[in-house]
Ligand binder design. Structure first.
Ligand SMILES: [Zn+2]
Length: 273
């Protein structure tokens, strides 16, 4: 947590705020925990951001990518890249609002606004780079928009077990433990199944299930799991429901371990092969 839909929800909240983040100028920077910065010192980070204007926001997998520009003499473009990891929160507040206990960074903006990054467990990371590929080049295609043809070509090239593959960000970017379990349930595929035992029809069905589950979760502003992402309204079918009845067939949902991750499935809807 958070995964692709929760990160998309953060993106929308920053883009659609009034006033929105795009167009805002960074006046100054406060870093309260410098372990957050992946590639620069606090001083370099401050110098790199001061006076820059946010121009656009996009997302790839679980990464947020903010383009910033400085116009006029010495015109340049930089990219602020944020990964929320387990407990990171990125949000706009009025600049006078007191910092929270777990605030790790504040960007002080014009319009009396501040962009805050809170992170109780300190796993979140931030980069400031000239080229986003410096951070993102190992990632596979974005899981929300990957086409059938690209998905089929990539998955046909492997014989791995299906759930570890879905979690591998270099295969597909954005799917984590929750949405891997939900997608496999919807496609009726057991998480331990090797890709080589799945038919073309199974794989097409899985591609459809991944896009459908992620789209529904984006629409619902993510999932509220363990109270980390409180805005989320997505209803999970199997994740975290061990011991409860399957919504589809009434059998008991079970929890197993796959690649060190707690994995939830319905043994009837997702038979092992
Ligand atoms: Zn079932």
């Amino acid at each position: 947590m958070p995964e692709l839909p929760e990160v998309e929800s953060v993106l929308c909240s920053l883009r659609d705020a009034v006033p929105a983040l795009p167009g805002r100028v960074v006046n100054r920077v406060t870093v309260l925990w410098d372990g957050l910065l992946s590639n620069l010192s606090t001083e370099q980070f401050h110098d790199g951001l001061k006076g820059m204007t946010f121009s656009a926001i996009r997302r790839h997998g679980k990464y947020l990518i903010f383009a910033l520009r400085k116009n006029g003499a010495g015109c340049r473009e930089s990219f602020l890249i944020v990964h929320l990891r387990m407990t990171g929160r990125l949000y706009l507040v009025p600049s006078r609002q007191a910092v929270e206990r777990h605030t790790r960074m504040t960007l002080w903006l014009d319009e009396d606004l501040a962009l805050r990054f809170d992170d109780p467990r300190k796993f979140g990371r931030i980069w400031l780079v000239a080229d986003p590929d410096q951070v993102l080049n190992g990632l596979g295609p974005d899981a929300l928009t990957v086409t059938r043809d690209v998905f089929m070509a990539r998955i046909s090239a492997t014989r791995r077990q299906i759930k570890p593959l879905l979690l591998d960000q270099s295969f597909l970017a954005g799917v984590g433990n929750i949405y891997a379990d939900e997608s496999l349930f919807r496609a009726g595929i057991h998480p331990l199944t090797p890709v080589s035992l799945l038919s073309e029809r199974d794989l097409e069905c899985l591609h459809g299930a991944v896009i459908e589950v992620l789209s529904e979760a984006v629409e619902a502003h993510g999932a509220n799991i363990d109270g980390v992402f409180k805005e989320g309204g997505f209803i999970v079918s199997v994740y975290g429901r061990a011991g409860k009845p399957c919504f589809r067939c009434g059998s008991t949902i079970v929890k197993i371990r796959v690649a060190q991750r707690g994995t939830h499935l319905c043994p009837v809807c997702q038979p092992s092969v």
